[in-house]
Design a protein around this ligand. Structure first.
Ligand code: ZN
Length: 285
């Protein structure tokens, strides 16, 4: 199944993208895609609902805004420097264990929403990533059981303000948490749609030029390792989001002169099987 959410900010409704590409309103099912949905067997119940009602459910117009494909989670946890080539371009050592940081959940937005360059930002940058949505509470999970805790996968652009991340005092959260810095979607794909999350091409273009072009096969710590590792430090709740890191090709890594986002720029990105996103950059009002 491919789960979508749609509608204006603050009025989002759950929906589904069907195998034929049609998008339908699933709000008659009765629950948004949140912690109680994922924790309460919502995926199985939604699948049963869809088998009976998908054909008669209202279709969503193509002009309707797509929202983040999940409701705001309890946590967005990101893995830093999880591709060796990206660690190198960032001038960092290859991590011996996963680097973790948080992103404010208020950064979450729709896959094609405009990205807002924050006030006083000079170094707004992009990061195409494979994101994992947790389907079942996870605490002290083993690597061999980790995939049982996955609700699905989605495309994420982990926008980052590099000065605030790296030059403004010791922790990355300031540079990762601005509004619109976490476009998620267009859809959440359940694991049956993504048989091997470790063999997906991922790419990103700035104004039509390909800057990131890699594969999740290049990740240092894979999906089960990341879930198991995080669950040793905190409880992952249903609906939580984990972003697994970005390959090389971010703006700060471009030699000799880094490139950062300007108003009017267009960013397009995709991961195999998880659709594409497109954002245009605007200055903060
Ligand atoms: Zn990232």
């Amino acid at each position: 199944m491919k789960l979508i959410r749609f509608g204006n900010p603050g009025q989002e409704k759950p929906g589904l993208q069907l195998p034929d590409g049609r998008r339908i309103d699933a709000s008659a099912y009765g629950s948004d895609y949140d912690e109680s949905f994922f924790g309460g067997d919502g995926l199985a119940l939604l699948s049963t609902w869809a088998a009976e009602h998908a054909d008669s459910a209202p279709t969503i117009d193509d002009s309707t805004r797509l929202a983040s494909c999940i409701a705001r989670p309890s946590k967005i946890i990101c893995v830093g420097l999880n591709y060796a080539d990206h660690a190198k371009e960032a001038g960092a050592e290859i991590p011996k264990e996963p680097i973790l940081f948080f992103k404010a959940t208020s950064a979450l937005c729709g896959p094609n929403d405009q990205v807002i360059i924050p006030r006083k930002s000079e170094k707004t940058d992009w990061e195409v990533e494979l994101a994992i949505v947790i389907g079942k509470k996870a605490s002290y999970v083993s690597e061999s059981n980790a995939l049982q805790h996955v609700a699905g996968y989605a495309l994420h652009n982990d926008y980052s303000e590099r000065e605030w991340q790296l030059e403004r005092g010791g922790q990355w959260v300031k540079g990762k948490s601005c509004d619109t810095f976490a476009p998620l979607g267009p859809f959440l794909a359940t694991p049956d749609e993504i048989p091997d999350p470790h063999n997906l091409k991922l790419w990103l273009k700035l104004n039509g030029e390909t800057l990131q072009n890699s594969s999740t096969a290049q990740m240092i710590f894979n999906v089960p390792q990341v879930i198991s590792y995080i669950s040793q430090f905190m409880t992952l709740l249903p609906g939580d989001l984990i972003s697994t890191g970005t390959p090389p090709g971010v703006g700060m890594g471009i030699k000799p002169d880094p490139i950062f986002l300007k108003p009017g720029d267009t960013v397009e990105l995709g991961v195999d099987g998880l659709g594409t996103q497109k954002q245009s950059a605007i200055a903060a009002p």
